[in-house]
Design a binder for this molecule. Structure first.
Ligand code: FAD
Length: 477
């Protein structure tokens, strides 16, 4: 009897433990992807990710065809579809790779019990993280709240499993069940096609992921430790959307960055692996705080007086705050579905601390617009910036968007790429156009308030206001 290989956010053939087990079982395999929007109306993909998903599924289908198989697409309620496919094919087993978000865990554990109750074998595999989130424990058996000891434990926990090769072939069932047509899912935006520029930067799918990795490891990793903070430099791997869809596994990234090759630079490798560990740490937090995207880890923040200001929020989302580094980041996000990490921190800090808008609104906006939107990393990072998370930057550490811009984008190259209104501004004023003397503005062709906005808030006054709001919750227990 066939095995159903249920693909989720693991859209790859290489180092896919569930697929490898299905392929080597000697039984026919039915590769299945479900667009799980039938579970209490929960849509697991934001608008930007829907674009990626479409392209990634095309890639996966082609790869499966190349090894003599076929990808079956179905949409709706997870359990209904699994049982329907099992009935249609006579499948006696379902294999999948474990996911670690609360909703996914709930669906999968209920399904596992239901399958077994009907004598269908259900097997889940690891491989989406460097280490399973339950594996690393403190000396007293608890969970980690601080990154550094987590990182130490991760390094001492042994190497992640050695990656396994993609299967050369898989057996097909006598007859494949019917499949939806991908185009009928309408995942791609139509009018307006706001995703039109995504393709300039990204190649979704396993091939795209491997090309990015070779490019990064072959060329840029040595300088990663220094370059990763400068948004105008192509200094990071830009593998995050590929990781978010599981087109490449973290174990592959770990093992393809080696410490013994000095030409690549040890420091870059260690820093890169440490960032991968932040991803694992975020999942560790999500595993232990299932409402990470909704509930402050530091419960004192439950009474924080957030402001509800739709005009400010809209200006932030559109990149019209009047602070160039924030605006450049928000427009990069809109244009390319991505934002450089340094700028994510600055833009998030601005929303939370300068505008006093609830971090959860920012988290939701990112979830809908980031191609790498990830239930763990996004929520953990927003809580971290807000100061209400585990191991968070303290609330009172408030980024100054002008000084941050000047430090990490000294000649304004990043700002000028995404905020073309400021293309002619001299470096001295590119991060503070509101302080530029009239002749400079004129020469740069910028009429403040017309071509480019005046600052939404005065940073110094906003900072004081934030500190006062924080002081009101500091003593709360
Ligand atoms: P690289 O620098 O090349 O790092 C390699 C990989 O390590 C990344 O692909 C990512 O998987 C992981 N990583 C790096 N930094 C972090 C981090 N701080 N936390 C967790 N994992 C990390 N990352 C996401 O993948 N999805 C998100 O939804 C997300 N939301 C964020 C929201 C905010 C407010 C902030 C401040 C950060 C967020 N990050 C998120 C983390 C980080 O910004 C991105 O992972 C990184 O910018 C991706 O680019 P890269 O692949 O070139 O990273």
């Amino acid at each position: 009897a066939p095995v159903i290989m249920w693909f989720r956010r693991d859209l790859r053939l290489h180092d896919n433990h569930a697929l490898a087990a299905a392929a080597s079982s000697g039984r026919p395999v039915v590769p299945l992807f479900i667009l799980e929007d039938g579970n209490d109306g929960a849509m697991p993909y934001g608008a930007a990710q829907a674009w990626w998903l479409h392209r990634s599924l095309e890639g996966l289908a082609a790869r499966l065809e190349a090894i003599g198989s076929r990808l079956i697409l179905r949409r709706g309620s997870t359990a209904d579809i699994i049982f329907a496919i099992a009935a249609e094919t006579g499948a006696a087993a379902v294999f999948w790779n474990r996911r670690h978000d609360a909703c996914g865990i709930e669906i999968d554990s209920a399904l596992k019990a239901d399958l077994r109750a009907r004598d269908i074998d259900a097997q889940s595999f690891a491989g989406q993280l460097l280490h399973d989130p339950t594996r690393l424990k403190t000396k007293t058996g608890g969970s980690y709240k601080v990154f550094t000891p987590f990182w130490r434990a991760l390094q001492q926990g042994g190497e992640p499993d050695t990656p396994i090769d993609a299967p050369q072939s898989v057996l097909s069932p006598a007859r494949f069940p019917g499949s939806d047509r991908l185009d009928d899912w309408s995942l791609l935006p139509t009018r307006p096609d706001w995703a039109s520029r995504f393709g300039e930067v990204w190649t979704p799918g396993e091939d795209g992921a491997q090309a990015r990795l070779s490019d990064f490891v072959g060329d840029r990793i040595g300088d990663y430790g220094r370059a990763r903070d400068f948004p105008a430099i192509d200094g990071t791997s830009q593998l995050s959307p590929h990781l978010a869809f599981g087109e490449i596994s973290p174990a592959v990234l770990w093992h393809s960055t080696r410490l013994d090759d000095s030409s690549r630079g040890t420091e870059g490798v260690v820093t890169f692996r440490k960032e991968l560990a932040w991803r694992d740490f975020s999942y560790h937090l999500l595993y232990h705080h299932r409402k990470l995207d909704r509930e402050n880890i530091d419960r004192r923040f439950d009474v924080f007086e957030w402001r509800e200001d739709e005009e400010y929020f809209a200006a932030w989302t559109k990149g019209l705050t009047g602070y160039p580094i924030v605006d450049a980041g928000m427009r990069q996000l809109w244009k390319h579905g991505y934002m450089h990490n340094r700028v994510r921190m600055i833009a998030a800090s601005f929303l939370i601390k300068d505008l006093l808008i609830d971090w959860r609104r920012g988290e939701q906006w990112f979830r809908d617009t980031l191609l790498d939107a990830d239930p763990a990393s996004n929520a953990a990072s927003w809580q971290w910036v807000a100061g209400c998370g585990a191991d968070a930057a303290p609330f009172f550490r408030i980024f100054n968007p002008v000084l941050q811009g000047e430090k990490f984008d000294p000649d304004g190259a990043y700002v000028k790429t995404f905020v073309p209104e400021l293309a002619e501004m001299p470096a001295k004023y590119v991060h503070r156009p509101f302080e530029a003397p009239a002749p400079i503005l004129k020469q740069a062709g910028v009429a403040l308030g017309t071509d480019y906005p005046q600052p939404l808030v005065d940073h110094r006054a906003a900072r004081d206001r934030a500190m006062q709001a924080f002081a009101r919750i500091k003593g709360v227990h």
